[in-house]
Design a protein. Structure first.
Length: 122
């Protein structure tokens, strides 16, 4: 079973994404910020990370950069998808340059979410 890590400080979005992906037979772990992502990655392996851009403590942009710099190459190359309301007006290029594999806009289109997650974990 593929493991998905969701970092999202909105419980509503977190729970919805979790239900949708569990229905597609993904195993979900959910956290609230980038710092928790880094702590978990240190101990566990995931197949993909869904990363909200606007989070407390460590936001998505900082977090993806930290992941790409990890010494463990398999973890550094983890597929990471940005989830964004695009409050800070990042462009697709900004996400690509930061190290994201893809970006999903809020409100989340759940069909697109499933498509992107499946595409990056197959």
């Amino acid at each position: 079973m593929k493991r998905v890590l969701i970092a999202e400080d909105s419980s509503v979005i977190q729970n919805l994404a979790k239900k949708i992906l569990e229905f597609q037979n993904f195993e979900i772990t959910a956290v609230k910020n980038g710092e928790q992502v880094m702590q978990l990655l240190d101990k566990e392996d995931f197949d993909i990370l869904l990363l909200d851009i606007n989070m407390p403590i460590m936001d998505g942009m900082e977090c993806v950069k930290a992941i790409r710099e990890l010494s463990d190459k398999s973890k550094a190359n983890l597929p990471v998808v940005a989830i964004t309301g695009n409050a800070k007006n990042y462009s697709e290029t900004d996400f690509k340059e930061a190290g994201f594999n893809d970006a999903l806009m809020k409100p989340l289109n759940f069909d697109k979410l499933v498509e992107v997650v499946k595409g990056l974990t197959e």
